[in-house]
Design a protein around this ligand. Structure first.
Ligand code: F0G
Length: 434
């Protein structure tokens, strides 16, 4: 890990030759680049991951308004425009708008787990039904600013739905590569109706990402996977929103945030959020929530790396889980996310598919409808609580990343079955036992 990824890193200093408010820095070798001069996803020198850095890091008083763009002072643009952009608009994000999602109480689950406080941050309440919208509102704005007009991603589904919607709003062409047969129906339907060109690849998500990265390297499309550092800037706002909401409603900050891990982009984004708040003097290092990642047992290379103490993840060539959103063998953001889990004192845990379905039911019975990958966060919390890793006096936020309707088949399979009945009130009454 480079020093810049430490929770105690000093605030970044603007490198010579950069005259923007922000720049790109390689997290592996420290090389820096102007933010928008050319399209770049990884470091020219060492191929390391890039991160957006800012000359001025805002404190809490810099934020106003609602949703993702409340946090414009911590983002590369000053606004996210809600109108469809015109030819003369200045660079800005493209907003539908997104963020400002609920932080639900879940008292029954709280009691059941035996923890002091549980809140559920439901990112499925974003415009296209997943947290990806937060990244797209920024990422598509950057695409507009650098002057590209074909956007592309590999996806387990949610990124493709968000890309298609935001691309459509911005008037850009969109291309999505999906692993054939392993994307939930709601997500494919969204990408299709928002008019993305959909290519179903005979391979898994990691294969799709290899291909789309190659297309992007050849300049044939602008890559909007979470390798794109600007996308993670938008996702960072989940952390800001959780801390503000929790502080206002509960006082103080949560001890722990539990979230599902696929590519580990969200984990990286939350960690960056906390690191920047510490650097701005807006959060004490001891107040930073413990980042706790959850993967499905059939796709758990990140958990393997955390548990073995390895420097990086080993790609799993074969992955399987009903939580198709996190059916990923190579979490590409691991170099940013592994330090996030370790530096915050968090951990990572793998859960079986049955435990994911059970958690999906438990949330649904509290009125919170989520897709399987999202329920993994609660399944992971339950397991860690049972193992005594999570203490009874902890205040925990579970992040649920996508809406129940994303995967109607999984929801129907997990829920009760419809009962056929004759078109007759007597038949209905007799079924009800009345
Ligand atoms: N939860 C849901 C519902 C997701 O769709 C994803 C990722 C994750 C969690 C994991 O987030 O990758 O930041 O660790 N979905 C991507 C996609 C890969 O293509 O939609 P991560």
């Amino acid at each position: 890990m480079t020093d810049s990824l430490s929770l105690h890193a000093s605030p970044p200093e603007c490198p010579d030759g950069i005259d923007d408010d922000c720049w790109l820095a390689c997290v592996a070798c420290g090389a820096t680049y102007p933010p928008f001069d050319e399209v770049r996803y990884t470091c020219d020198d060492c191929d390391g991951l890039l991160e957006v850095r800012y000359a001025d890091l805002p404190g809490w008083d810099a934020f106003s308004g609602r949703g993702v763009w409340r946090y414009a002072a911590a983002l590369p643009f000053e606004t996210g425009r809600t109108h469809a952009p015109g030819p003369d608009d200045p660079p800005a994000g493209v907003s539908l708008p997104e963020g400002d999602t609920p932080l639900y109480e879940a008292p029954t689950i709280e009691d059941d787990l035996g923890i002091e406080r549980l809140r559920v941050k439901h990112e499925g309440m974003n415009p296209t039904g997943s947290f990806k919208d937060r990244g797209m509102t920024v990422g598509v704005g950057v695409a507009d600013a650098v002057g590209v007009n074909r956007l592309a991603c590999a996806s387990t589904g949610n990124t493709s739905a968000a890309l298609a919607a935001y691309g459509a709003r911005a008037g850009m062409e969109t291309l999505v590569l999906l692993p054939a047969g392993n994307v939930a129906a709601g997500k494919v339907a969204q990408a299709a109706l928002h008019d993305a060109r959909i290519l179903e690849v005979d391979g898994n998500f990691d294969d799709c990402l290899d291909i789309v990265q190659e297309l992007a390297a050849r300049g044939e499309a602008y890559l909007l996977n979470s390798l794109n550092p600007f996308r993670l800037e938008g996702q960072k706002t989940i952390g800001l929103e959780i801390l503000e909401q929790f502080h206002e409603e509960e006082g103080g900050y949560p001890d722990r945030i539990v979230l599902p891990v696929g590519n580990a982009g969200n984990t990286a984004a939350l960690y960056k959020c906390f690191r920047e708040l510490v650097q701005a003097g807006a959060l004490d290092p001891e107040e930073v929530p413990k980042l706790t990642g959850v993967q499905a047992a059939g796709a758990a290379p990140f958990v393997e790396a955390i548990q073995s103490g390895a420097d990086g993840v080993e790609r799993w060539d074969s992955v399987e889980t009903l939580a198709t959103a996190i059916r990923i063998g190579e979490p590409v953001n691991a170099p940013k996310a592994l330090p996030g889990v370790r530096e915050t004192g968090g951990t990572a845990v793998a859960v079986e598919d049955e435990a994911i379905t059970e958690a999906q039911r438990a949330l649904a019975r509290q009125g919170i409808g989520v897709e399987p990958a999202s329920a993994a966060s609660l399944a992971g919390l339950r397991k860690l609580r049972a193992e005594g890793v999570v203490d009874a006096d902890e205040r925990v936020v579970c992040l649920t990343t996508g809406h129940l309707l994303k995967d109607p088949e999984a929801a129907a399979a997990a829920g009760g079955k419809p009962e056929p009945v004759a078109n007759d009130v007597g038949a209905v009454r007799s079924l009800l036992g009345s």
